[in-house]
Design a protein around this ligand. Sequence first.
Ligand SMILES: Cc1ncc(COP(=O)(O)O)c(C=O)c1O
Length: 289
Amino acid sequence: MISYKLQEPTWNTPLVKIPKGRERYGANVFAKLEAVNPTGTHKDRGSAMVVLEMIEKGYGTAVCASSGNAALSLSAFMYMNELKAKIFVGSNVSKEKLDLIRIFKPEIEIVEGDYMAATQKVIEAAEKHGYYNANAGYCQAKIVGNAYIGREIAPFSPDVVVCPTNNGTHLVGVWEGLKRAGVSPRMIAATSQFTKIADSIHGFYRLEEPKISNAVNDSGGQFVSVSDKELVEETISLAKQGILSEPASAASAAALKHVDLEENDIVVCIITGNALKFPKRMRKILCSR
Ligand SMILES: Cc1ncc(COP(=O)(O)O)c(C=O)c1O
């Protein structure tokens, strides 16, 4: 049995061929299934490294702003390791998401305002109480955790890697892992700043800049913005091909329509989130066609 506790995140998530990849995008397209991680998201890669660093440095409480996957993952990993999570969420958080986060009993504080207002509270709390700051943009351990994803896909020598992107912790980490393994595919940041259906990438807050732009530019990649219409279409298409992706992570495959691909290109789309965590949203999307 794999233990996710007190060790490096050495588990290997599956890389599967997207059956209609060639037909839909004109290349060999693979999905890296981060949705199979313990809490259904790539965020577990970062959380595992956060745990290691906290234990090494003697922290008891981690603090983070998030209303979704990052909060759920951090809370679960704190719970597994008998550490504490304090989560700040913006006042616009949905009940469906709050219910999920509450499973692992973190302390939750609702902040008047949005994600950036919640992030400000994290900075203050970390400074005032000496908590471990696990917020995107302030936590190198999360980048290190995501680098393991890059390391795992490097042996397949991808020409293009697509990461759903908001703060960019994920993309920057994947790029680090690939580079360290001597592979440099074009890095595509799949974004959707004004989306109404892919909360996890809404806002495109870019807290990891300038590292995100450096990764995209140094690799010869690009930023792609996808519409909600494209996200709906891709979420449905992936579901019909056996890949249950939340809309935010379907952005990786949706972005391919905006990328020049060669017939023999090997493309890896990171599927960062499991659809089953958001049943209301998924029902609405799958029933829309
Ligand atoms: C499912 C999913 N995909 C992608 C992202 C974007 O990750 P990052 O903020 O590291 O760019 C998130 C972040 O919340 C997410 O939950």
